[in-house]
Design a protein around this ligand. Structure first.
Ligand code: SAM
Ligand code: DTB
Ligand code: SF4
Length: 364
């Protein structure tokens, strides 16, 4: 019988998060060992296939067009460019490629068709393919599934309450709806969030309530520590302490026992000792490659040295679920519907987001 619980309360999760550190670590490591090989860590490579110029106002994000950040924007990459990057990632020991686009949502048309071809191409390299393209409809999720997509990343990012303090251009419910649309296909769900945005411990627990009560729970959960980028509304946030990071990873492991918990943004601020504590507490995946989407990440060789030092082995692709079959575009059963879904635009004002926007205007 499965021991996965879908009825966690915020109080229960807070009690776990606030346990004496050693008790928390011991409990998380015990849960981890019941469900996973503790010496295997999945290695996933991020690829920003379309960078910058995003219409959304996510307070943490350097790719939002309205803020003034130093990133270089780029149009959608070609399938050939993506294939070359995927081959590089494969040869460096990565089993998954996660392609990110700075879009609010997917729109049917030539660009989405190009992304579908990227999915087919990488799946044929026998690597797991993940996409994070913003909100998707069920039909779009089915088309991604048919192309051979293994996972779709769509983060809840924080608690429902704190979400409103960070983003005004869409609502928390939209995020849940996209996750639901992905769930209707055989694509696995990757959903997690960010800590260090000024949220309270209650919000971290609230996010874990939202993730753990999903049934089934997400197959993977990235835990990002905010990378505070100059020009974004959250530029002045203090770095997350390693103790908070370990507590968050450990608590996530306990409430999402079967999920792959991924150390995501923020690893450049973490020592090897800190990361080792996270792996002990149940993290079993990393983003590798010297860049995340637009910000730095540890060097691949350094990561491999760390794996050697800790006796960790990279997970082979399709260990958790069989490889999806790729259906060619000409044999597709799902046509583009050209839907224009009414994703919400709450448009409430967030003072610090407005300030960052005004500052950017003044600099232009
Ligand atoms: N545009 C799509 C979306 O927002 O769903 C996909 C790309 S978006 C960059 C993917 C995720 O990256 C966000 O949900 C957030 O969790 C994470 N992220 C973005 N900027 C970050 C930052 N500065 N620090 C930590 N995580 C960040
Ligand atoms: C996730 O949870 N973290 C990744 C991935 N999913 C797409 C992105 C992190 C982005 C960090 C900021 C940047 O590099 O732009
Ligand atoms: Fe756009 Fe995604 Fe960045 Fe938000 S997180 S601004 S939706 S790229």
């Amino acid at each position: 019988m499965s021991t996965v619980r879908h009825n966690w309360t915020k109080e229960e999760i807070l009690e776990i998060y606030n346990k004496p550190f050693m008790d928390l670590l011991y409990e998380a490591a015990s849960v981890h060992r019941l469900h996973h090989d503790p010496n295997t860590v999945q290695v996933s490579t991020l690829l920003s296939i379309k960078t910058g110029g995003c219409p959304e106002d996510c307070g943490y994000c350097p790719q939002a067009a309205r803020y003034h950040t130093d990133i270089e924007g780029n149009d959608l990459m070609s399938v050939q460019q993506v294939k070359a990057q995927a081959l590089r990632a494969k040869s460096s020991g990565s089993s998954r490629v996660c392609m990110g686009a700075a879009w609010r949502n997917v729109k049917d048309g030539p660009e989405f068709d190009q992304v579908l071809e990227m999915v087919r191409t990488i799946n044929k390299l026998d690597m797991e393919v993940c996409c994070t393209l913003g909100m998707v409809t069920e039909n779009q999720a089915q088309r991604l599934a048919e192309a051979g997509l293994y996972a779709y990343n769509h983060n809840l990012d924080s608690s429902e309450e704190y979400y409103k303090e960070v983003i005004s251009t869409r609502g928390f419910k939209d995020r849940l709806e996209t996750i639901d649309n992905v769930r209707k296909t055989n694509v696995t769900v990757c959903s997690g969030g960010i800590i260090g945005m000024g949220e309270k411990t209650e919000d971290r627990a609230g996010m874990l309530v939202a993730l753990s009560t999903l049934d089934p729970q997400p197959e993977s959960t990235p835990i990002n520590a905010l990378v505070a980028v100059d020009g974004t509304p959250l530029e002045d946030q203090q770095p997350v302490s390693i103790w908070d990071m370990v507590r968050m990873v450990a608590t996530t492991r306990i409430v999402l026992p079967e999920t792959q918990v991924r150390l995501s943004a923020g690893r450049t601020q973490m020592s090897r000792e800190g990361q080792a504590m996270c792996f002990f507490a149940g993290a079993n995946s990393i983003f590798s490659g010297d860049k995340l989407l637009t910000t730095p990440n540890p060097d691949v060789n350094e990561d491999m040295e760390m794996f050697k030092l800790l006796g960790l082995n990279p997970q082979k692709p399709f260990t958790k679920k069989v490889q999806p079959q790729t259906v060619e575009a000409s044999d597709s059963q799902f046509e583009a519907l050209g839907e224009k879904p009414k994703w919400s635009r709450p448009e409430h004002k967030i003072e610090r987001n407005e300030e960052a926007k005004q500052k950017a205007k003044a600099l232009k």
